[in-house]
Write a protein that binds this ligand. Sequence first.
Ligand SMILES: [Zn+2]
Length: 471
Amino acid sequence: MGRQVDFFKVRLEFVESGGVLAEQIPVGAEPESTLQLCLETDFTKRAHLPPTTVAGSLRAHVAAQRDASEARRYFGHAPDAEDDERAVSSMIAVLGTRACDGGQKEERSRTAISAHTGAPTPGSLRRAELATAGTAWDISFRCDRATRDDIDDLTSLLRSWRPIIGRGATVGHGQAKVLAVAHGRLDLGNPADLLSYLNSGGPILVDDVVGAYDFDPQNEGSDPTDDPAELYELVCEIVGPIHVGDGSRTPRGEPSRIVRVDGKPIMLASSVKGVLRSRMSYILRSVRKDGEWCSCTEDDYCVICHAFGFTDRQSRASRARYSYRGRLRFFDSPIDGEPSVRINSPIDRFTGGAAHQTWPGGSDQAGDHRFWSRSGLLHSLEVMETGRFRIRIDDLGFDDQHHGDVFKALLRLTVEDINDGHVTFGRGGTRGFGRVNIGNADDALVPLSEAQATLRTLIDQEDRTRDDTLA
Ligand SMILES: [Zn+2]
């Protein structure tokens, strides 16, 4: 018996929309036009999941299910200077991923909410293309030096794999599950096997070698998002009109549209995440004596960054850029109720009358002038006046118990601020827009007294550190 090579094919299905995206500025676009995020494609222009993403996710799964040394054994490691170890190559190679036929694309837009002002950051609008929920992917792996036991172990690891892949993982994108696993083996001592090994390669070879998919009926109906470590579900009753825009440019005379998915008005996960992050930062800032809320160092994250994650920080030592995926996942929520249209006419600050559009200089067409000077700044927007939506947050588990407790307290205090009208969703918070009432805080969250006690402990700790510094 000669050398053997094992191959796996895995059918992965997105439970939520998602994908690995690449930043792209459309050809011929204005320099300041909206940045586009498009699905990564392979050399045939088909959407794919980059092999590095897949391998990284699977490695993390092995480390979580078995341990770090098993992850090193399967996926190799760099030389370790202290132990004088050699670099070891990975037993597993991801050969390719392909979107199966039938996957659709959808488009989302989102803005970044400033942690300081709580308002959208100018210029942060992004349009993102995503693969819809239900998109299936075939992933091909090759595995060298594997024993029979390794193959059984890998098969069971692949079956229990529930990766969250790509961008937007913390706002309800990219959760996937494995529908089926297929395995095959080539014995290079066998002339027929050797011939196919030499004549073919990549996913095509894998297709030939592995047997039919073994679909697991239990996985077929399951939804990994049904089973989070901990779940908060807050029922929000709309008190003031809510407008969360879809980011599209509105033709003149038409109301600004609210964001919809499949025709239904929704509250975006990213909006809710931004609003909560901003308020929790505010609460922490007001507790700290120096007014700083983020005390992150490279290996010690503050509770906000731990909970919500961050992107694109620069390491002081190596100057490399790094990101961290937060421990919370937020989800889009449909808003029940019918949208209506509100008309706004801004008031001129000097005259107190209706404000008028400034004359656009340079035009010498009298018709234009009459049109502009009479039209004023009247504009209309779609709003949800009444209705209900749910804020759903999955807590994936904090490594640091203390951070988990502080987060729970901050969430409870933020909900109090929402109910008191200090925190609003969407546009026009200063005009009474975006107010909601959360009625089930007592059932869903830690008691208010407990949250206040946690914050008081934080203040005491601050006082002690300050006294120490002064002494
Ligand atoms: Zn931080």
